[in-house]
Design a protein around this ligand. Structure first.
Ligand code: IMP
Ligand code: MG
Length: 191
């Protein structure tokens, strides 16, 4: 047993049961869209790791995994440094690649797997980068979507849950690297 610090200040937004049901539905959709074909799942580190591992196990097709890492340049504050909690949690607009994919995506069916689509800066950067590989198809699967925060017009083909503008943690999502291991998705009450 272990104790999670500050857990009393977290309110469940999406329970593990809700998440599991929706991830299974997304898996069925992807399985039927790509029936008889192979897939490369490309997870965005680190937040998408848990979603990718659950989603991929709902898809009984020939598949491989890859991971890509990005971070933002410059003055993007971490939530912990940001006294407003979420309000100032905006990207500087410049995204930097910290880990490239390991395999060629050329001619392949690529599903880019991300925890949350927020301003859209991260995914549009990665989308451009992967399009340069000339994949056969490139689709985005995002577990969460905050459409009200969008700065760049980008949409995910597969979305788990649209959510309001709140800072969420759990199921891979972090607050200053913590809480990724929470099984439920929670809103931080008093950041
Ligand atoms: P975007 O580039 O603004 O779309 O940001 C996407 C990235 O910001 C995600 O991959 C997350 O790492 C992070 N992010 C955005 N909103 C949240 C949140 O509510 N909780 C945790 N991380 C978030
Ligand atoms: Mg992320």
């Amino acid at each position: 047993m272990y104790k999670i610090v500050l857990v009393s200040e977290l309110k469940i937004l999406l329970s593990r049961e809700q998440i599991a049901r929706r991830v299974a539905e997304m898996g069925q959709q992807i399985s039927s869209d790509f029936a008889g074909q192979s897939i490369i799942f490309v997870g965005v580190l680190k937040g998408a790791a848990i979603f990718l591992s659950d989603l991929a196990r709902q898809i009984p097709l020939d598949a491989t995994f890859d991971f890509i890492g990005v971070s933002s340049y410059g003055n993007r504050p971490t939530p912990a440094e940001d006294p407003a909690g979420h309000a100032a949690w905006d990207s500087s607009g410049e995204v930097k690649l910290t880990k490239d994919v390991d395999q060629s995506m050329t001619g392949r069916n690529v599903i880019l797997v991300e925890d949350i689509l927020d301003t859209g800066l991260t995914l549009s950067y990665i989308q451009k980068l992967l399009m340069a590989h000339q994949p056969k198809t490139l689709r985005i699967a995002a577990l969460l979507d905050k459409p009200s925060r969008r700065k760049i017009p980008i949409h995910a083909h597969y979305i788990g849950f649209p959510i309001p503008d709140a800072y969420v943690v759990g199921y891979g999502l972090d607050y200053a690297e913590r809480y990724r291991n929470l099984p439920d998705i929670c809103v931080i009450q008093n950041p």
